[in-house]
Design a protein around this ligand. Structure first.
Ligand SMILES: [Zn+2]
Length: 254
């Protein structure tokens, strides 16, 4: 993952995709360009402000808002195969094989997982927090790529976007016990530090991806408050860490 500044926005991009210029995969934190959200007095003000900024961001990416697929994320393992832009319902993951259709996921500490098959020309974007990982959302995602689009898991490329890392993710035994011991370390206070990144990578490998096809280098959302919003950092609701992927048409403006 590398960071590229375009206009007001600092975008995280995935250089392993550079050889596929038709693929778009970008993450960015949307907030007031002035840092502080002045004049925001209610949740409604904030929502309107974020919608406005998101539209500016999409314009910079040359993406039309009506071509973006959005979901209500519910920490489940449901995945929708999208054919058109617009609201798709309650899901935590999306796939598309349609050019000019862009998938959108928001996170605040959970992992955005981008999935690509450059042979079958499909892209997917998954919202993977501990609840969804425990429900096997990534196994489900790879199964959908195979069953619905004819992908060979050995061809798939995955990239993990910015999320909370083990350095900052303290959980109780009720969460740590849901995962293999290799993903957490016990602290003196009886709590655990959990690596959802490792859990996600291993799930992808178990589902048939080649380890070298999984890009896991990304930053911790809580360690980098200047760049990201973190729910655990106590700043949830004042910004939005947003992710977009899609396959572009030949038009400059999609
Ligand atoms: Zn950290």
């Amino acid at each position: 993952m590398i960071k590229i500044k375009t206009g007001e926005f600092l975008n995280c991009c995935y250089p392993e995709l550079d050889e596929y210029p038709f693929l778009t995969a970008v993450s960015s934190t949307l907030k007031s360009p002035f840092g502080e959200l002045e004049g925001i007095r209610s949740d409604r003000d904030l929502e309107e402000h974020l919608v406005k900024i998101e539209n500016q961001w999409l314009q910079e990416l040359n993406i039309r808002q009506e071509n973006v697929v959005s979901i209500k994320q519910v920490h489940g393992n449901g995945i929708h195969c999208a054919e058109i832009g617009g609201f798709a319902g309650e899901f935590d993951g999306l796939f598309t094989d349609r050019k000019g259709v862009f998938l959108r996921v928001i996170t605040a500490d959970c992992i955005p997982v981008f999935i690509f098959d450059t042979r079958k020309m499909i892209t997917g974007l998954i919202h993977a927090g501990w609840r969804s990982l425990e429900k096997g959302i990534l196994t489900n995602a790879i199964k959908i790529a195979v069953d619905s689009y004819g992908s060979d898991p050995g061809d798939l490329i995955a990239a993990l976007g910015p999320h909370i890392h083990q350095c900052c993710y303290e959980v109780g035994s009720e969460v740590a016990d849901l995962f293999s011991e290799e993903y957490s370390s016990k602290k003196e206070n009886g709590k655990y530090m959990l690596s959802i990144g490792k859990a996600a990578q291993n799930e992808l490998v178990k589902a048939g991806l080649k380890p070298e096809n999984i890009e896991s280098e990304c930053e911790c959302t809580l360690c980098n408050p200047e760049t990201y919003f973190s729910a655990r950092g106590g700043r949830f609701g004042k910004g939005r860490l947003i992710h977009i992927t899609g396959i572009r048409t030949a038009d400059r403006y999609n």
